[in-house]
Structure formats: C-alpha cells, structure tokens
Design a protein. Structure first.
Length: 340
C-alpha cells in the first residue's frame, strides 16, 4: 500500500511538469532588441523616456530595463532680458516728447525698443499761487483784507483763471517823501494881521511871515507834525473875497513821512482735471547669466517580445495544478487505507 502512495505522488508531479511549456526565446530577462538614444539636458529629470511597448515588424516588444550613462556636464549660459520704462509728463495737444535712444541704469545700457502714446486724465491737480498787493505812500496803516483775488495761469494748460488766496504776511517801509503840497487860506483881521484858526498872526511883505509857526499851521490843517514838515511858504495870489470876506491863499510845500505796505497772499489752489497724452518708452537690455550644466546622456532600453513574459504564467499554473491533483489523490488513498 505504501508503494502505491508514492506512485500517485510521482504521477501528480509528472502531470504538473508536463503542463510547463519550454521558453522559445531564452531567459525571460534576456533582451532580444535594444534601442539607444543619446540626449542632452540641464536636469536629470528631463532625460529621454522610452515607451513601455513598441511594435517592430509586426512583433510587439515590452520594455524590461533601462540603462543610463551620464557624461560630465558642460556649463551653459543664457541671455536674460531686462526692461526699463520711461514716461513723459502730460502732453497737451500739439506738444511732443522724444525719448532718448539709450539710457543707463546701474552701469547697464538699455536701448529703446518701443514707444507708445496713451490717453491720460489727471485729477486732483493743485498749484501753488501767490500775489502781492501794494499800498503806497500811506501815512496811516490801511485796512488789509484777510484774502484777495488774483489771476493765475495754469502751468499745464496755460489757461488763466481767478483764484482767492489767503493773507500770509504784511511788510511795511517808512520814509520821508518830498511831495507834500497844500493851500492855507488866511482871513485878514486888518492890514497886517491874519487869522489862522484861533490864532492871529502878522503877515506882511512879499512873503507870508509864518516862519516859526509851522506847527500851528499843521494843526490848522489837521495834520500830524510827526508826519508832515512845512519847508516853503509863499503867497498864492492877491487877496480876494469869499462869502463877502476878504481872504488870501498861501502855498505850502514840504515832505511827508509815508509808508509803503506790501501784503503777501499765497496758497495751494485746486485745478480742473486735464485731458492729454503721455508717451511711454520701453527700453531693453540683455544680460548673460549661468543657467547650469548641460549633461549628456546615453540611454539604452532593452526589450523582449511580449510572449516571453506571458509564457511564465502557464508554466507556473501547470505546476500548481499538478501539485494540487497529487495532493487530492494522496489524501483519498490515505483515507481508504485507514478504513480498511
């Protein structure tokens, strides 16, 4: 009975081996077709990638391995372009702006490559404005307003407009000026005396005898002796009747102590929006820089016909089936033997 068990086991193994087909193309990992590609790249990740399957003369091949040989890298430089932009001021109709052909920045030369004209609108413009008001030859300080109107010219458009500016400061300068002239009318009391206001003075001869009475004369005229000086006095003409009263005029001349007031107004004034054009100039410079190393690759791909891989699967399946069959037969015989 023992000899029959081993016979069954032997038959099972034989059946499994009988199902294992023999390889036609040699070892499974032995290539039968090789493809080689030489390439260059700045990065190892960019090397050539072979397809998994290829068909050559009707035969479908499958990639089994890839071998890569890398040579020493070669330094590579690349040209980098840098840009600069220049923009003109606002150009009104009829105005032009010609950009320079070459500009320099940080030791680099930039060359003009393009110009273009763009419409532009400027809002929120302001302009500083100022003006002076002069009050000349004043013996008393004038009443100076806190603001004044002035006509200014828009620096961008050339248009003129009226603006109101606030008072900033007042400057004054005093000096004696020889331009005082007036007439004093005297009323004669008798042949030799004349009345000057409440005073009676003697007037005689070819010239009025008022020397030494300059202060009284200024008081009669209602003038401040600190601001006026009488330097000459003479008869303006013969006596004449005024309202039935004989009178005689005296010419007075001298100087006044006067001031000139310079009043300065200034401020920032808002202006209207402006429509116009601006010219945009584009400049370009080329700079060389190191981009990395150019690596050379030789990539070798080994292929086998697709069937060389598929044959391993039936062989394994046949062997497994034979072993399973042997095990089943062995267990059945063992069971029958025990029953006997």
């Amino acid at each position: 009975m023992r000899g029959s068990k081993w016979k069954v086991l032997t038959l099972g193994l034989a059946a499994g081996l009988a199902a294992l087909p023999l390889p036609i193309y040699g070892e499974a990992d032995e290539p039968v077709w090789v493809d080689t590609v030489e390439c260059q790249s700045l990065s190892a990740a960019d090397r050539y990638v072979f397809p998994t399957f290829r068909e050559v003369e009707g035969t479908r091949y499958q990639l089994i391995r890839t071998e890569i040989e890398t040579s020493e890298g070669t330094p590579v430089k690349e040209t980098e372009k840098r840009m600069e932009i220049r923009t003109s001021d606002l150009l009104l109709p009829g105005e032009e702006w010609a950009p320079e052909e070459t500009i320099w920045k940080d030791g680099m030369s930039y060359h003009l490559t393009e110009t273009r004209t763009e419409n532009s609108r400027i809002s929120g413009r302001t302009q500083k404005a100022e003006g002076w008001v002069t009050y000349s030859e004043r013996t008393t300080k004038p009443e100076i307003p806190e603001s004044a109107e002035f006509e200014i010219e828009d620096v961008d458009t050339g248009e003129r407009r009226t603006v109101t500016l606030p008072l900033v400061r007042t400057e004054e300068q005093w000096q004696w000026q020889d331009d005082f002239q007036t007439i004093l009318t005297a009323e004669p009391v008798d042949a030799l005396e004349y009345r000057l206001g409440d005073e009676v003075v003697t007037l005689g001869g070819e010239e009025p005898g008022l020397s030494g009475h300059e202060t009284e004369v200024l008081h009669v005229l209602g003038l401040d002796p600190n601001l006026y000086r009488i330097e000459t006095m003479n008869w303006a003409g013969p006596a004449y009747l005024r309202d039935g009263i004989p009178v005689r005029d005296i010419n007075l001349s001298g100087s006044r102590y006067v001031a000139s007031y310079q009043v300065y107004y200034a401020g920032e004034v808002p202006l209207d929006d402006v429509l116009g054009n601006v010219v945009v100039a584009l400049y370009e410079a080329e700079v060389e820089r190191e981009a990395g190393s150019l690596l050379s690759y030789t990539v070798r791909a080994s292929y086998q016909p697709e069937q060389a891989h598929s044959m391993l699967l039936p062989a394994t399946a046949g062997a497994s089936a034979g072993m399973i069959l042997t095990a089943i037969l062995f267990r059945r015989r063992k069971k029958k033997s025990e029953e006997k």
